[in-house]
Write a protein that binds this ligand. Structure first.
Ligand SMILES: NC(=O)c1ccc[n+]([C@@H]2O[C@H](COP(=O)([O-])OP(=O)(O)OC[C@H]3O[C@@H](n4cnc5c(N)ncnc54)[C@H](OP(=O)(O)O)[C@@H]3O)[C@@H](O)[C@H]2O)c1
Length: 229
């Protein structure tokens, strides 16, 4: 039977590269994002479902849950990847930005995982991946609120890992440094992303880890040689 993979934020950057790699293999993909143009790469592909819309909203997560529970009756891999950032001095952050960051970086991965976890538990197997960040392990200037969310996400994934492993479920947390993606397009302080890692390289590591059986690579930091964020 084909394995089912759910990927959030698959319309751009790291998530899109992960989805492209899974597309080359024998999986059923359930992909999420808001921007339909970002899904051109799945045109004419089979075994792909695209759920368009804001995944911080319950109705979008319900659509994913419905596909997984009622149509495919299985989920093998969840890649919690969708995210945003605001790169700016602490005093420039607003309450509205804090809420947006919380909703996409913490609320959504926790609730989506919660929606699908029961099925993995019943199947006594599964891999849950969180695309965290180097900023989820140490603080960085101009990343105060983003870093706080990613630390929170790491607390969640560490705790979940301890509960989940007795059910045969792996929880993998990926902590990349800077990656060359559109995430910084609207940042007030724009990093020189030309020095950053290629998203495809990060995706290759993620897909490789998803396909390792019998091992639990718990937390993986990825940085460029001779370069730190
Ligand atoms: N780039 C880096 O330097 C870096 C470093 C470490 C960790 N990360 C993490 O990697 C993950 C992916 O980021 P990226 O760099 O690949 O950025 P990206 O290219 O901007 O991609 C972000 C993805 O998240 C989706 N997304 C954001 N908000 C959404 C919402 N409300 N509803 C549905 N989808 C939403 C976007 O979809 P739409 O565009 O279709 O809305 C897009 O597909 C994030 O969790 C980020 O924190 C990035």
């Amino acid at each position: 039977m084909k394995k089912v993979v759910v990927i959030t934020g698959a319309s751009s950057g790291i998530g899109r590269e992960i989805a492209k790699l899974f597309l080359e293999k024998d999986y059923i993909l359930i992909l999420s994002g808001r921007n339909g143009e970002g899904f051109e790469y799945v045109k004419n592909k089979t075994d792909v479902e695209v759920i368009l819309g804001d995944i911080t909203k319950k109705e979008i997560r319900e659509k994913i849950k419905d596909l997984v529970v009622n149509k495919y009756k299985s989920v093998d891999i969840i890649i919690n990847n969708a995210g945003i950032t605001f790169v700016q001095p602490f005093e420039d952050n607003t309450e509205e930005e804090l809420i947006k960051l919380f909703e996409i970086s913490l609320k959504t991965p926790m609730l989506l995982t919660h929606d699908l976890y029961g099925l993995m538990k019943n199947n006594k197997s599964g891999t849950i991946v969180f695309i965290n960040s180097a900023a989820g392990k140490q603080g960085y200037p101009n990343h105060t609120m983003y870093s706080a969310m990613k630390f929170g996400l790491n607390g969640f994934s560490q705790s979940l890992r301890l509960e989940a492993r007795k059910h045969g479920i792996r929880v993998i947390s990926i902590h990349p440094g800077g990656v060359k993606t559109p995430m910084y397009t609207n940042a007030k302080i724009k990093p020189d992303i030309n020095q950053y890692m290629e998203p495809k390289k990060v995706a290759e590591i993620v897909v490789y880890l998803c396909e390792t059986a019998g091992l639990s690579p718990d937390e993986i930091s990825i940085s460029r040689t001779q370069f730190q964020l």
